[in-house]
Design a protein around this ligand. Structure first.
Ligand SMILES: [Cu+2]
Length: 341
């Protein structure tokens, strides 16, 4: 019913616009088209409005940086994250530089060269030198950025594994939660398939596979500092995306296939909690939380889903703890193996 009403209103609105156009056309005919002439007053109004809009636009840009500049992510907590951030900030710096140079000029010129009685636009046909400059400068800058981006991509996606064997961990996504499966002492995950899901074995692990004997599952991710971790992602239902923003890591989890991503955490949770920038962010958040009558929040690394996968997508998250090796070993010893369940 609502749909039908909207359709009727839309049709009526179109008819109104058509009628107004017709009337304007008729009145223009009566005045021999003189009402369409642009007066000096029109040019001044439009030119001034554009200039004011340009100023407001630039002021709002600066204001947004000042107002929200302190809610961006803290320093990267992974080895590759440092390269990732340099790439982002160099690209961002170039974009902002061009933005603040070009936009004020664009709006100012629109004002300065507005239509004025008696002035005529210069007909300027061609200038090889100018064309060469505005083609080659962006081409060189873009080529450098792209080559830099490809090199960074290659470094991030093909990390050097020669000095340390990565620890293998599975991240299993389903609407709407995460489960992590550690590969245990053999560092090899037991075979798993959704077809084997039965009762408590909700990851579909093949318990007849020897590699599965020492696997264990958890709802909180523990990672030792300084050790490479190779994540293998699976999804039970639809496409999810494993997003670990503090480690600058994201990978899609696709039903029917295993995707991978590897990184090395470099900052423990405790070290990050003691970071000045993080402490300031936590204070800011807690000021709001206390005002609204909520419990204070403590910083934790987090794994989020970054694909809008359904109603409870926003709540699809898992805490990540980065700890020193000794604490990690202690934690592993406390875990119950799948085979003991
Ligand atoms: Cu999801």
């Amino acid at each position: 019913m609502t749909g039908l009403l909207i359709a009727v209103v839309a049709v009526l609105a179109i008819l109104v616009v058509l009628q107004v156009m017709k009337v304007t056309g008729l009145s223009s005919d009566l005045q021999d088209g003189k009402d369409n002439e642009v007066s000096t007053k029109d040019n001044n109004t439009q030119g001034t409005l554009l200039l004011l809009f340009g100023i407001a636009f630039m002021v709002s840009f600066v204001w947004m940086i000042v107002a929200w500049g302190d809610v961006i992510l803290p320093k990267p907590a992974s080895e590759h994250g440092v390269q990732y951030d340099s790439l982002m900030w160099i690209s961002m710096g170039l974009i902002i530089l061009v933005f603040v140079l070009v936009n004020p000029v664009l709006f100012y010129f629109a004002f300065k060269y507005r239509g004025l009685k008696g002035t005529k636009a210069t007909y300027y046909e061609h200038n090889n030198k100018l064309e060469l400059i505005w083609t080659s400068v962006p081409a060189v800058v873009l080529a450098v950025l792209i080559i830099y981006g490809l090199t960074t991509w290659s470094n991030v996606m093909n990390p050097d594994n020669t000095d340390q064997e990565p620890m293998v961990v599975e991240l299993y996504a389903q609407q709407f939660n995460w489960t992590a499966r550690y590969s245990g002492e053999d560092n090899t995950l037991g075979y798993a398939n959704v077809a084997l899901i039965e009762g408590a074995n909700f990851l579909g692990v093949d318990m007849n596979d020897d590699n599965a004997k020492d696997d264990f599952i958890v709802k909180e991710l523990y990672l030792p500092k300084g050790k490479p971790v190779k994540f293998k992602f699976r999804s039970q239902d639809i496409i999810h995306s494993a997003y670990m923003p503090h480690f600058r890591a994201q990978m899609n989890c696709v039903p029917g296939m295993v995707t991978e991503f590897q990184f090395t955490p470099t900052i423990t949770t405790d070290e990050m909690r003691a970071d000045k920038y993080v402490m300031k962010q936590v204070t800011n958040v807690n000021d709001i939380r206390i005002e609204e009558g909520n419990d204070p929040w403590e910083f934790d690394y987090v794994l989020l889903c970054n694909k809008i996968c359904g109603a409870a997508h926003y709540n699809m998250q898992m805490p990540i703890k980065v700890v020193e090796q000794a604490e990690y070993d202690k934690w592993v010893a406390e875990q119950q193996l799948l085979a003991q369940n």
